[in-house]
Design a protein around this ligand. Structure first.
Ligand SMILES: CSC[C@@H](O)[C@@H](O)C(=O)COP(=O)(O)O
Length: 390
């Protein structure tokens, strides 16, 4: 079975799967410039914190590879690269992976430019190679998150190995949101591979339906036993199915985990954390360390993206024929509300750290300390030092 690929990259060429057409149609767009990447990210043809960072970095790498800078000085190439990266950073504000990737590319190109006799070509080559490393590292990162997450759940909620665990997830955090395997969905995949998973539930994830369009699709594609629910069914699921199905954890991804552990993720995550607490279900955030923002102290400092009203008042999909089959060649956009109604459409919410039991990263699982706070100083000693030194 082939794994789903959000991006296809070789040096000088980037193709990005148009996720707005899923699950009915597979179509890759060529993305060769920063402008094309900006549009692709903003319109959510690619989405998910790690995938956004990967597409921005690689699109700029492609742009550099295909450009001609032979007559330019090192300093002008450096400032060109940095201005393109700054532009890309504005495409979506909440996921910090993008900012972290851009800071990494800037720091690496600064380092090379500061060396003696480095040519514009050296700076360009460095930027391209660093962007490629971001892609390569992400897959390994996700596999590690999967392993640490499955270990943590096995140690924490599995009464006995025979008693497999069921979990609920929200939004999409799988291969389509990353370079492969996924974060929260990566944990579910690893549980399944270890024969520890009883059942996976996924929410529809209104208003953009990443859960029904993407996660449900990935779960079916991977042959994982799964059930789709609407966001509003989570409380009833815990009340009526928790004991029977041994639903032991909610596992979600993150767009930004700040210093005290408060976590921004897809709208609807916070209400799931409240419900999980009420029903004695563990609440786990699975995210790479690139989603951790040590600069921001608490969730109050996170900028939440607000999106256009049509995401609530309209929906698009493939046409269903009278016999129940889906005609992928015919799509329709339909109104689901009076188009004049006022709309509030925050794309993310912040789950307070009090409601989170563990943050699972590629370096291990972090739980709260005796004071009830997450402490990332041991996980990220260098980044921590830089922050506290300020
Ligand atoms: C591994 S992706 C983690 C998060 O980015 C994901 O849960 C999420 O909130 C995605 O939001 P989206 O608006 O689809 O980019």
């Amino acid at each position: 079975m082939s794994t789903l690929q959000a991006v296809k990259y070789s040096r000088g060429s980037l193709q990005v799967l148009d996720q707005l057409r899923l699950p009915h149609e597979f179509h890759y767009d060529d993305v060769a410039t920063s402008e094309e990447a900006f549009d692709c990210i903003k319109s959510m043809r690619v989405r998910g914190a790690p995938a956004i960072a990967i597409v921005a970095s690689l699109a700029h790498a492609v742009e550099l590879h295909n450009g001609s800078y032979h007559q330019t000085s090192s300093s002008s190439v450096l400032s060109y690269i940095h201005s393109r990266l700054d532009y890309l950073k504005e495409s979506r504000p909440t996921a910090v992976d993008l900012t972290n990737a851009i800071n990494r590319l800037k720091a690496r190109t600064n380092e090379v430019a500061a060396g003696e006799g480095e040519s514009p070509e050296d700076i360009i080559k460095t930027c391209i190679e660093e962007a490629e490393r971001i892609l390569e590292e992400d897959l390994q990162t996700n596999l590690s998150i999967g392993a640490y997450g499955a270990d943590w759940l096995k140690d924490t909620v599995l009464a006995s190995p025979e008693k497999k665990v069921s979990v609920l997830t929200h939004c999409n955090t799988g291969s389509l949101a990353t370079s492969g395997h996924g974060t929260a969905l990566g944990v579910i995949r690893t549980l399944q591979a270890r024969d520890l998973l009883r059942h996976a539930y996924c929410t529809e994830t209104r208003p953009y339906n990443q859960g029904s369009r993407l996660t449900a699709f990935e779960l079916v594609h991977e042959g994982i036993p799964a059930t789709l629910i609407t966001d509003s069914m989570a409380a009833a699921l815990f009340a009526l199915q928790k004991e029977k199905m041994n639903i032991a954890a909610v596992i979600v991804g993150a767009d930004r985990v700040v210093r005290n552990g408060d976590t921004a993720n897809k709208i609807g995550t916070y209400q799931l954390a409240v419900l999980a607490k009420h029903h004695g279900v563990k609440f786990v955030v699975a995210a790479p360390t690139t989603s951790i923002d040590l600069e921001t102290e608490t969730g109050e400092g996170i900028k939440i993206e607000e999106r256009k009203k049509e995401e609530l008042t309209q929906i698009s999909g493939a046409v269903v024929r009278a016999d129940g089959s889906v005609d992928a060649s015919e799509t329709a956009r339909v109104a689901t509300a009076d188009q004049r109604v006022g709309v509030w459409n925050p794309a993310f919410d912040v789950t307070p750290h009090e409601l989170i039991d563990a943050v699972v990263t590629e370096k291990g699982a972090v739980v709260k300390n005796a004071e009830g706070r997450f402490d990332f100083s041991e996980l990220l000693p260098e980044r921590w030092q830089k922050v506290v030194a300020r």
